[in-house]
Design a protein around this ligand. Structure first.
Ligand code: ATP
Length: 403
């Protein structure tokens, strides 16, 4: 690409309830500074002093409730201000959730149902701003002292650990503008692919495991129980994608469904949960600021997220290499992958693949450049129900040395 043109330092005076939308280039740094007033990026306030370096490729909105002047330094892909945002609706939603948390806290010690805070699930088509709304709801809640649990079911564009995982983590303070979701103690289950249709049974099984673990944690922790959950989902809302959303609502016992930007989905979900009086299905406007991303861009983002896992957002981590013998590791795949050919079966029998079957994998050079999850399982049959400790990147396989 051509070298980016130099852009001088520039100031923006933002009216109350307006935002400055900025897209950061992949290879140029952009810094933001609050000159006066107050402003926030997706629910997290800008510090009153000093420059913030926004990570490459970010697409952000600097929003102000009461008016602010901000300064940008560096080159951007685009920047413009808008006073048409759904922020008032979003913050009102937050206020309702906050009241529910307070009610749950007041009911502590009594009935379990009443002491459960809101379990919010955010749904909508791709690029409707789901992850962004989750961040805002979490950061606003954390600012008030709650410690809500963030659950990310988006295996394609998730924001916790690497793509291909479903995970959860407590949010104890507003999400850092630069570092993103805290990664100290995520609970991650590895699905291993960005597309749920490859093996929906495993996706569902992992959702159940994650939900079960959170349920156990909540039962021993009244504070997180009252703070509740904010659940982010995939942008696939038709067919199997829709079915998985219904599954997620049920498995995580969601009691607030926020539907972004699609009337039809809202209506369908509303009808589907009609018989359950304690689930509210709420329709919310999508922001015009949400940036559309095509599949190529998504693919790239996934690679960057894997890279970020190993090297850090600011390139400040140094992964180390290790040589292990074949005999020291066991590699497994869940799901048999392919079915037995018809010709190998007795006449009349239908080929069936057991989607959750554990298959031992022979280590071969096919494994070079794959990412494997390291399971906490003590025995192979515990793998599907175990969360993962981290990930390794296979850089080389030496068949001769068996290492
Ligand atoms: P998907 O389902 O595809 O993962 P999503 O619905 O979760 O997408 P987001 O990730 O929230 O969508 O938003 C898409 C992109 O738009 C993100 O890069 C986000 O930072 C950016 N974005 C969201 N809202 C705004 C805004 N108001 N101004 C500028 N950029 C925004």
């Amino acid at each position: 690409p051509a070298p980016a043109a130099v852009q001088p330092l520039r100031q923006f005076k933002l009216d109350p309830q307006s935002e400055l939308r900025v897209e950061v280039l992949p290879d140029a740094t952009l810094r933001v500074r609050l000159v006066s007033g107050t402003a926030e990026i997706f629910g997290t306030e800008l510090p009153p002093e000093g420059w913030l370096t926004i990570p490459p490729r970010s697409k952000i909105a600097i929003f102000t409730w009461h008016g602010a002047t901000v300064e940008l330094d560096g080159v951007s892909e685009s920047e413009y201000t808008s006073d048409e945002t759904p922020m008032v609706i979003y913050v009102n939603t937050h206020a309702i959730l906050d009241a529910r948390r307070a009610r749950a806290r007041a009911a502590q010690g009594g009935d379990l149902e009443a002491s459960q805070g809101p379990r919010v699930i955010v749904v909508g088509p791709t690029d409707s701003g789901k992850s962004t709304l989750c961040k805002m709801l979490l950061s606003w809640a954390a600012k008030l002292g709650w410690k809500p649990t963030y659950v990310d079911l988006d295996i394609g564009q998730g924001s916790i650990t690497i793509p291909g995982c479903i995970s959860a983590t407590p949010i104890e303070k507003p999400i850092d503008i630069v570092d993103g979701i805290p990664l100290e103690m995520p609970l991650a289950y590895f699905y291993g692919h960005p597309n749920p249709s490859i093996n929906p049974d495993v996706y569902k099984a992992l959702m159940r495991e994650l939900a079960q673990t959170l349920e156990t944690q909540f039962s021993g922790n009244a504070e997180s129980r009252a703070a509740g959950m904010v659940i982010n989902t995939m942008g696939w809302v038709e067919g199997l994608g829709y079915e998985l959303l219904l599954n997620a609502i049920e498995i995580f016992k969601a009691n607030v469904v926020l539907v972004l930007g699609q009337e039809k989905l809202w209506k369908m979900l509303k009808d589907a949960v009609q018989s359950k009086p304690n689930i509210d299905v709420v329709k919310l406007h999508k922001s015009e600021g949400v940036v559309l991303r095509n599949s190529k861009y998504r693919q790239k983002t996934r690679s960057f997220r894997i890279k970020e896992y190993f090297y850090g957002i600011a390139n400040d981590l140094a992964p180390h290499s290790n040589v292990v013998n074949f005999s020291d590791v066991s590699v497994f795949r869940i799901g048999s992958g392919h079915q037995a050919p018809r010709s190998a079966l007795p006449i009349g029998a239908e080929p069936v693949a057991d989607p959750t079957r554990l298959v031992a994998v022979n280590i071969s050079t096919d494994m070079v450049h794959t990412v494997l999850a390291v399971s906490y399982a003590k025995e192979p049959d515990e793998i599907i129900s175990s969360n993962v400790a981290g990930f390794i990147h296979v850089t080389d396989v030496d068949i001769q040395r068996r290492s």
